[in-house]
Design a protein around this ligand. Sequence first.
Ligand code: ADP
Length: 484
Amino acid sequence: MFAFRSIRSRLIVTFLAIIAAVMLITSLFLYNQLERYFINSMVDSLTRSGYEAAINVAGLLRDQTGTVADSGKLSAYAESVSRLAGARIIFVNRQGTVIADSVRVGGRLGQNLEQEEIDAALAGEVGSGILVSERSGQRVLQVAVPILEEGSDPMGAVFLSASMQEIYGGDQVLGILQRVRNYLLVATLIAAGVVGGGSVILARRFTGPLEVLTSAARRMGEGELDQRIEVSSRDEIGHLAEQFNIMAARLNYYTSNLRHFASNVSHELRTPLTSLSLIAKSMKEYEMEPEEQKEFIEDMDRELDRLIALVNDLLELTKLQEGEQRHDPVCLVEIVENTTVKLKPRFEQLNIRLIMELPPRPVKVYGSKLQLSQALHNLLDNALKYTAAGGWVRIAMQLQKGAVEVKIEDSGCGIPEKDLPNIFERFYRVDQARSRDMGGTGLGLAIVKETIVAHGGKIWVESEEGEGSTFYFKLPLQESVNYN
Ligand code: ADP
């Protein structure tokens, strides 16, 4: 069945309806104008012939009494005019009586003709009208012109009647208007054919790519996320296809990221949970000395701490990604000082020197105190974890145009060059075992990066294996504060 709901069929039907309407209006207008033009020119031609005859007849009538006996000469004249004008010619006198008729046999000679046109001509004007024959339906054009003599009323009229067969057509003949009508009909059919064909091609060009898009979207909905569409045009549909490809690529990326993340989380959870399960089973199955039991409980405690740290980090990441942070003007110097105060005992315990190079005045940024403290804590905690005793960690802050750059440098083990591009990824660790032993979740730097990005800043790292690492981050300054 012809589906009228499809764009293709609607386009075709609309185009065809438009062309039909345009052709109909044009045809009606043209037909009307042409009909009027042909009638007017026929009236003009008959009027001209009538006037010519009227002048000559006026001359003839002036010398004669106008009786029926004189009509022989007049009728012969009427006959000759009739041949030239292609019309029947009748002369009538002032009383409306026929004094000559170009039709000799069966003519109207001597009869009184009652025609509106003749009445008009006897009143001094040109009368014209169309008579439709009741019998044949044929149209006849009738024109009457006055026979004038200077200074007096018309002395009679010339009455001309001609068939309009040439215009409207007759039994065997095709009239001009019929031919025009046929031409218009053929033109309409050709135009409809051309427009119909054109609209099929056009509709196919429009709907073809849409069908491709629809089926790609359907396949995506079914889970095939690697759908891509070939963009062949630069129009709106081309842009739509381009956007579709971008959307599909993003969706694919996010989905595989999510899958990867979920598998990483499961993996991270499995290790402490397996340890906990083993400990619990051992404690259940074996009789233990209190000393041994204490050891097992300490192990459990450690694994639980690891689980709690992991869950906390995961929650932190989720919060950052949900964009739930409240931003206020905060002082970065104060945040650094507070964070280092908390970590000072660990620095002392590990015999690592902490060097601080902070500006002597407040440095205001727009952000969350809690999140920025957490980010700094993660960076310093890493510096502590990966720096051996006797080493040092340096925090420096430098004001730049509209921004503040914070540098956290350590004399630790450094990061191999091949790992540098990945260390901000979730669960990425240079040395899995070492990180786990130190209680790392592998999420610390991912949280730092999310935080800095959420604050409109950026983060990067420079490091050389065995020499140490330097983490940099840059945040925009709160605009209202002038630092010059
Ligand atoms: P983790 O919990 O393992 O520390 P992070 O995301 O904080 O996870 O860090 C990712 C990895 O980057 C670490 O496992 C470590 O290998 C490396 N790393 C981070 N900071 C430093 C640093 N200051 N010195 C050397 N290596 C570092």
